[in-house]
Design a protein around this ligand. Structure first.
Ligand SMILES: [Zn+2]
Ligand SMILES: [Zn+2]
Length: 163
């Protein structure tokens, strides 16, 4: 009979002790959670304002991946950032299983197939191509003439240091 009385006692004492000990800890965790949630919300909303506050006028190249279209045109970088923010986390896989941002809708053919592109800065070339066209190379390596602004800038930096 004594054993029967003891058993529920032990069981009930355990959770009671556990709860009273951990209550301040739990409150602490809850406060940390609330504070960080508020922080993230503030950061998110201010981040949104940040993009809209960016000065417009910086253009960037985009290109349509629809082979029947192939449109190449410039858009405002701010619009691109806004699109990226709006579709944050929405990705699709390219042929090699790498995740890439979802494409924008083409102004010309109306299909969702416009990606960020790079215009070759070689004045004699001017090709517009998708970033990373040349595999395992600088992402801005022109598939047409082989010019890469990143490479060019690094070369200049190196020769600048030698002087
Ligand atoms: Zn198109
Ligand atoms: Zn080129």
């Amino acid at each position: 009979m004594e054993q029967n009385k003891k058993r529920p006692n032990i069981i009930s004492r355990m959770p009671a002790g556990f709860l009273s000990l951990s209550r301040p800890v739990m409150i602490g965790i809850a406060i940390v959670c609330i504070v960080s949630a508020i922080g993230i919300t503030i950061m998110r909303s201010s981040g949104g304002r940040g993009i809209e506050d960016l000065p417009r006028g910086t253009m960037m190249w985009v290109k349509c991946a629809n082979r029947e279209c192939g449109a190449e045109y410039e858009i405002d970088q701010v619009d691109y950032f806004l699109f990226m923010e709006e579709h944050e986390g929405e990705v699709e896989e390219d042929g090699e299983g790498e995740e890439i941002a979802i494409p924008m809708v083409c102004e010309k053919c109306g299909k969702q197939s416009v990606y960020k592109a790079i215009k070759c800065e070689n004045p004699e070339c001017g090709e517009v191509f998708f970033a990373g066209t040349v595999p395992e190379d600088f992402e801005d390596r022109c598939p047409e003439c082989g010019f890469s602004k990143i490479e060019d800038m690094r070369k200049r930096a190196r020769s600048g240091r030698q002087r």
